[in-house]
Design a protein around this ligand. Structure first.
Ligand SMILES: Nc1nc2c([nH]c(=O)n2[C@H]2C[C@H](O)[C@@H](COP(=O)(O)OP(=O)(O)OP(=O)(O)O)O2)c(=O)[nH]1
Length: 127
């Protein structure tokens, strides 16, 4: 099972979602950006590293939202989500093909990765 951390990055009450490129797994799906946890890293360290690598920005993890297993059939992930503040930097798309800041009520209008749906359920309670 792959351990994946992802960030729900808040700015002006909107949340950042990013669209996976055609070359990535789950092509063109929207997601909360992040990636695989590496050995020896804390979840917070991994999320800060991944967001710098993928979007060129600094974030601050504020609160763990959820952790749950999702089975895509050919692979299985444990998706760990953190609510994060946007700290600094200008967004550059280094891996994804697009991004948007979206109000909570609009998140489900996007074709999100299946594993991300439970995160939105949890967010509803937190926000
Ligand atoms: N980052 C991220 N991955 C997600 C989400 N939902 C979801 O199902 N996934 C899946 C897609 C990928 O199969 C896996 C994460 O892999 P990744 O490709 O983003 O991670 P990575 O950058 O560390 O991977 P790699 O290309 O270096 O191998 O988890 C999500 O919200 N964020």
């Amino acid at each position: 099972m792959i351990q994946v951390v992802c960030a729900v990055i808040l700015r002006d009450k909107k949340m950042l979602i990013a669209q996976r490129s055609e070359k990535m797994k789950l092509p063109l799906k929207w997601e909360f950006p992040g990636g695989k946890l590496e050995e020896g890293e804390s979840e917070e360290q991994a999320i800060v590293r991944e967001i710098k690598e993928e979007l060129n920005i600094e974030i601050l993890p504020v609160k763990k939202i959820s952790s749950h297993v999702h089975d895509y059939g050919d692979f299985k992930i444990n998706l760990i989500a953190y609510l994060c503040d946007y700290v600094a930097g200008e967004i550059k798309l280094l891996e994804h093909q697009d991004y948007k800041f979206v109000e909570f009520d609009k998140l489900l209008d996007f074709d999100l990765a299946d594993a991300d749906i439970p995160i939105i359920e949890k967010l509803k309670i937190l926000l």
